[in-house]
Design a protein around this ligand. Structure first.
Ligand SMILES: Cc1ncc(COP(=O)(O)O)c(C=O)c1O
Length: 354
């Protein structure tokens, strides 16, 4: 659909190397559209990136009616910029909005806006391997009122950030603290939505873990504090003997697109893959008897992140000798090739920008 594009009159210098940063820079333009009950989405536009005015009593600020999503655009080795699985992320946005009583977006219109926006800011897509342009979509309730009910007006935005490694460790194994004090998301709550509130819920435990020298937190279920849910802002997988195990999706786990991609590949490779609950006691016992040699996290930001050490109730255990294991490495390699290797799109997951 055609909509107005206003180019910035003050383009910023493009950082020559985004290094080990994530989310430190923003490109020159953003896409915005507004929603009013009874009228639907309107006022679609691309304009200069910058602050937006919000009512101090809008539902996003007061009651947390705020969701987001994110994925990456890659500069492939044939020079073409491609979005990776944008359609899966657009579907997830509409599951998030439904959970928070927010309006659905129209996926084709938004995909078109993404392609136009990334095309406009194409020079910001990093050239270095392992780096990419992160595409962030956000929806906020904008109506100013003071009652706990869904807003009648919303704004949806897309903006872009050139990114490097999410973790300073890069692809090196990270140290994880198992949290049995705090939970990320409650059963019956909004954990399966990419709601801003889930991330505020995670901050204290993560800060406490970092203060103790860990990179991230491994979240257990909210009822028994026993079953693995996620690790930091990633889904989690383990190699238990010759079986790959990942927790089944529940209403407290974010259904990751990278998890979906990995499950697809692992099954295609003929490996035994189970989506089943796994208790922390079994994980610790498995690390000790070496039946668990690999644990890894999966997410857009870090792609595949090996876990080298788990600390639970004051005791640390090294996983797989603290090194990246063969399944983790193979997955990392296969997924990054799907991101950037020319001609390697067997499942039709990529969308060309230009
Ligand atoms: C809580 C949480 N879990 C899992 C993921 C991984 O999801 P995806 O692979 O779609 O990036 C993310 C990142 O988006 C996340 O924030």
């Amino acid at each position: 659909m055609p909509f107005p594009v206003t180019r910035t009159i003050a383009p910023k210098p493009i950082p020559s190397d985004v290094g080990n940063t994530f989310g430190a820079y923003f490109t020159d333009h953003m896409f915005v559209m507004d929603y009013t009950e009874g009228r639907g989405w309107h006022n679609h536009r691309i304009g200069p990136f910058g602050p937006i005015p919000v009512h101090p009593s809008c539902s996003a600020i007061q009651y947390g009616q705020s969701i987001f999503d994110g994925y990456k655009a890659y500069r492939c080795d044939d020079g073409i910029i491609r979005l990776f699985r944008p359609k899966a992320h657009l579907e997830r946005i509409n599951r998030s909005t439904a959970r928070l009583c927010m309006p659905a977006i129209e996926p084709d219109t938004v995909l078109d806006a993404m392609v136009q926006l990334v095309g406009l800011d194409r020079d910001w897509v990093p050239h270095q391997p392992g780096k990419a342009l992160y595409v962030r979509e956000t929806m906020i309730g904008t109506e100013g009122f003071m009652a706990v009910r869904p807003a009648k007006t919303y704004t949806f935005m897309i903006f872009l950030s050139p990114v490097g490694n999410y973790y300073a460790e890069g692809a090196d194994p990270v140290k994880i603290l198992v949290s049995d004090k705090h939970v990320r998301a409650a059963r019956g709550g909004i954990g399966a939505a990419k709601a801003a509130a889930n991330y505020s819920a995670s901050l204290l435990a993560t800060e406490e873990a970092k203060a103790l020298g860990h990179t991230q937190v491994l979240w257990l279920d909210s009822v028994e504090r026993r079953y693995l849910e996620e690790v930091g802002t990633m889904n989690v997988m383990l190699k238990v003997g010759d079986e790959i195990v990942t927790p089944p999706l529940t209403d407290s786990i974010l259904p990751g697109v990278t998890r979906l991609t990995a499950l697809h590949l692992l099954r295609e490779w003929g490996l035994k893959v189970s989506e089943r609950q796994i208790a922390i006691d079994d994980v610790l016992a498995g690390i000790e008897d070496e039946s668990i040699e690999e644990i890894w996290g999966l997410g857009t930001a870090a792609v595949v992140s090996p876990i080298g050490e788990l600390t639970y109730r004051g005791r640390s255990r090294v996983v797989g000798g603290g090194k990246i294991g063969p399944t983790t490495a193979k997955l990392y390699d296969a997924i990054t090739k799907l991101h950037t290797q020319a001609g390697n799109d067997p499942y039709g997951w990529r969308v060309d920008v230009l």
